[in-house]
Design a protein around this ligand. Structure first.
Ligand code: TYD
Length: 135
């Protein structure tokens, strides 16, 4: 099985009523990992490509809680997938060791990221050749 096959769209229940919507994400219930870190990306536009790295150990779940963006992932064999994040109750699960690019941000894009690991620059692979060579 290729790593890219583990990439999974997650649909979170929209709890809500006439007052509006509410989405809950709980570790091991809606995302397949323990949540240790949360960050979010906003203020990027459609000329920007972010990411351009892989992570040796971190899994991620990305959700456009506002606006839209696209995520392109590539595994070490060159298999690719493009995911459109365009609804606040849709996420994508990305396991470790995938090359990630985030792009085509709408002006109102807020991209929320959950991870199973604390930030550690040493587990980032920032060279595409190193990634393909499994370094
Ligand atoms: P960077 O990895 O370039 O962001 P992206 O994945 O969107 O391309 O991170 C931007 C800056 O923020 C960089 O200086 C590293 C820092 N950073 C942290 O300190 N902790 C974190 O959890 C993350 C994701 C980034």
């Amino acid at each position: 099985m290729s790593k890219i096959d583990a990439v999974k769209i997650l649909e979170f229940p929209e709890l809500g009523d006439e007052r509006g919507h509410l989405v809950v994400i709980e570790a091991y219930k809606n995302v397949p990992f323990d949540i240790k870190r949360i960050f979010y990306i906003y203020g990027s536009d459609n000329t920007v490509v972010r990411g351009k790295h892989a992570n040796k150990h971190s899994d991620f779940c990305l959700i456009n809680v506002s606006g839209t963006s696209k995520i392109k992932v590539t595994d070490t064999k060159g298999n690719q997938k493009i995911i459109n994040l365009d609804r606040p109750h849709i996420g994508v699960y990305l396991p470790s060791m995938l090359w990630k690019e985030m792009y085509d941000f709408s002006p109102d894009s807020v991209l929320l990221v959950l991870s199973n690991e604390f930030y550690d620059e040493n587990e980032y692979i920032r060279s595409y050749n190193d990634f393909l060579n499994g370094i």
